[in-house]
Every structure is written in structure tokens, then in C-alpha cells.
Design a protein around this ligand. Structure first.
Ligand SMILES: Nc1ncnc2c1ncn2[C@@H]1O[C@H](COP(=O)(O)OP(=O)(O)OP(=O)(O)O)[C@@H](O)[C@H]1O
Length: 222
């Protein structure tokens, strides 16, 4: 079973502490990160996604610490950052296939999978249109869809349901819950209250310190 451990993580930006001795253990299932704006949730997701390194502390993937295990983790990682500059000239499908190629996926299988995900989240009619024509919500769904390509065992999602109408957000939520049956899914979302009953953990980040959100039904992790 996949296991991701953060152990005594500190993160500083220009000497400003953003994560302060964060330790937690992730197993397959959905973990929600909640907490006020600026608390450090996106920073935590970036560390999990290996987009940044901790200032100190250890990240351990399946009993092997990073950086040694970084490539193994990256091979099975899906990451949807909160903001990303998408290549406007490409179609959604071309962008998804570009991401699939970077992940080393079989492109014909990835194309089929992208079509199926797009169908589920209401993007299917638009996948051959240039991204330049996409609304904020469509861009958000495309970023989400590329994160789900392949069969990632660790999925880090930063507000994947922002800018989506309720129905579409719920479709995205349903897909996330399906994947969480096998994968470690860590996400921030404004749908936290709705998803909390299905989450294995709800972690509250408060000024860079991690605790469990008991009010939302979460369980504490070591
Ligand atoms: N690259 C960076 N350089 C300097 N400071 C940063 C950087 N990234 C984040 N910060 C700061 O770190 C703190 C935590 O930011 P982070 O984006 O992780 O919070 P958040 O909980 O995700 O907030 P939100 O809910 O608004 O997205 C903030 O004070 C932010 O200004």
C-alpha cells in the first residue's frame, strides 16, 4: 500500500516561516486541507508534488526518503496547481497529450482516458478548441484532468473545484472520490464540508501548523 510521510517539515520563504514542523502520514484515501488563506496549504501541496523542497525535514515515499525517491514519486504523481500558465495556442487535447508524454504514458491510452475524463467533467465538447478560448472554469477542469492522467498513486489538487458551478464541481468531486479508493489524494477545496464525510482525514493548516479538524470529522494523524 502506498505511503507518503512528511516528517518535521519546515519551509521558509525569505526567512519567513510558512510551514512550522509539519508531520503527517498519508495513506490511500482523500485528505482535505482546510484553513485560512495564507496558512500554508498550497505550500504543503507543492512540497508533496515535489515542485519545491522543504527547508528542513524529511519526505518519505514508500519508506524511501527524498531526494533519493523523488523520481519514483514523480513517476506516479498527479498535480493540479492553483494557478498555471496554460499554452493558449494548444488545444486542450494537445496540452493533455503533452503532459501525458512528459509523464511517459502511452499516448493512445492517455488520449482515450482524457476523453473519458473530459466527458465526466463536461469538457468533452471543447477538447479540440484552443485553450485561448477557455473560461477560468474550463482551464481549471483541464488542469484537473491532466493531473488524473495515468494511474497516479499520489494526487495533489489545489482548489480543483474553484470557479466551477455546483453541478460541475460535484462531478469533479465524484471523480476524485473514485480515485481516492486507490490513490493518496490530498486537496484543498471550497467543497470541504461536502467532501469531509468521505475523507479519511481533514487536516487544518493554521499559520503553518498542522492539526486535525475534528469539527469536520477528521482523524488525527501522527
Ligand atoms: N514563493 C513564495 N515566496 C514568498 N512567499 C510565499 C511564496 N509562496 C507562498 N508564500 C507565502 O507563504 C504563505 C502561505 O502561502 P500558501 O499559498 O501556501 O497559503 P494557502 O493556505 O494556500 O492560502 P490560500 O488559501 O489563499 O491559497 C503566505 O504568507 C504566502 O504569502
Amino acid at each position: 500500500m502506498s505511503k507518503l510521510v512528511l516528517d518535521g517539515i519546515f519551509k521558509y520563504y525569505w526567512n519567513k516561516p510558512v510551514l512550522n514542523n509539519v508531520s503527517c502520514r498519508f495513506a490511500p484515501g482523500l485528505t482535505l486541507l482546510v484553513g485560512p488563506s495564507g496558512a500554508g496549504k498550497s505550500t504543503l501541496l507543492r512540497l508533496i508534488a515535489t515542485a519545491e523542497k522543504p527547508s528542513s525535514g524529511r519526505i518519505v515515499w514508500n519508506d524511501e526518503p527524498l531526494p533519493g525517491a523523488r523520481d519514483k514519486l514523480r513517476q506516479t504523481l498527479g498535480y493540479a496547481p492553483q494557478a498555471v500558465d496554460l499554452p493558449d495556442d494548444l488545444s486542450a487535447r494537445e496540452f493533455a497529450m503533452h503532459m501525458a508524454a512528459l509523464k511517459g504514458l502511452d499516448l493512445s491510452a492517455a488520449d482515450l482516458q482524457f476523453g473519458a475524463i473530459a466527458e465526466r467533467i463536461g469538457l468533452h465538447a471543447d477538447i479540440n478548441r484552443p485553450i485561448a478560448t477557455f473560461s477560468g472554469g474550463m482551464r481549471r477542469r483541464l488542469i484537473f484532468a491532466q493531473a488524473m492522467l495515468g494511474a497516479p498513486r499520489v494526487i495533489a489538487l489545489d482548489e480543483p473545484t474553484a470557479e466551477l458551478d455546483r453541478d460541475t464541481a460535484q462531478r469533479v468531486g465524484a471523480l476524485i472520490l473514485e480515485r481516492a479508493a486507490e490513490a493518496i489524494v490530498v486537496m484543498t477545496t471550497h467543497l470541504a464540508d461536502e467532501l469531509a464525510p468521505r475523507a479519511v482525514n481533514v487536516l487544518r493548516v493554521e499559520a503553518g501548523v498542522l492539526g486535525s479538524d475534528r469539527a469536520a470529522g477528521g482523524q488525527e494523524v501522527a
